[in-house]
Ligand binder design. Structure first.
Ligand SMILES: [Zn+2]
Length: 121
């Protein structure tokens, strides 16, 4: 299990929320989406994303930008490292194999991939 020294980094969370976060990250988990974390902790999406960004900066998870095409709006068609920006167009959708030229056909979400459990210290 990896340790994350949260001192000072998570001051925007209440003690109760920090406890929730601790519990959350000691469960077996592999993928977390910011909106799931936000619901779990009762915090805003932007704060949940901030937490995941911090964890990534510490090398504890990898943030991915999930790409959805409107052929299958609920199934991610691809994933690229977050921070790399948006995919270049035209982008070939692996689900329907069409060449997407219009970014309006795509939507995006963020996912954090965890390789290990994390202990918040
Ligand atoms: Zn498609």
């Amino acid at each position: 299990m990896a340790s994350f020294i949260s001192k000072g980094h998570l001051d925007f969370l209440s003690d109760r929320q920090k406890d929730e976060l601790k519990k959350y990250f000691t469960q077996a988990l592999t993928n977390v989406m910011p909106h799931q974390l936000a619901v779990q902790l009762g915090i805003e999406y932007s704060k949940a994303l901030a937490i995941l960004t911090l964890l990534e900066a510490e090398g504890l998870c990898e943030l991915k930008l999930l790409i959805y095409h409107n052929c299958e709006p609920d199934v991610p068609a691809g994933a690229i490292p977050f921070g790399q920006g948006f995919p270049n167009l035209p982008w070939v959708c692996p689900l329907c194999e069409s060449s997407v030229e219009d970014k309006d056909e795509l939507s995006f979400d963020i996912m954090a991939e965890f390789k290990q459990k994390i202990e918040l210290v």
